[in-house]
Design a protein. Structure first.
Length: 88
């Protein structure tokens, strides 16, 4: 990656470079409703509506794990040497 700054109005990173930051190194846990599962995990079986679940996602938003327990998602990230980040 090239971090050379040309001027204050041009981005330092292009979109693809920004999207690849943290891949394989960082992850985050996103609370989701079971109604959203099919979008992130198309191979998952149909779930009862209204369930609160937790998705472990890579830095780029790619799904890694789906669970009904926040601590299990965090433990899986640690087991795979992923740094957890918080999104607001």
């Amino acid at each position: 990656m090239n971090f050379e700054i040309k001027n204050h109005h041009e981005p330092v990173l292009n979109v693809s470079e920004l999207a690849s930051l943290g891949l394989g190194e960082m992850a985050y846990v996103k609370p989701i409703e079971s109604d959203e599962v099919a979008r992130l995990f198309p191979q998952a079986p149909k779930l009862q509506p209204g369930m609160r679940l937790f998705a472990l996602l890579s830095a780029s938003g790619e799904p890694i794990l789906l669970t009904d327990n926040h601590d299990a998602a965090v433990a899986n990230a640690w087991a795979h040497d992923l740094t957890m980040v918080s999104l607001h």
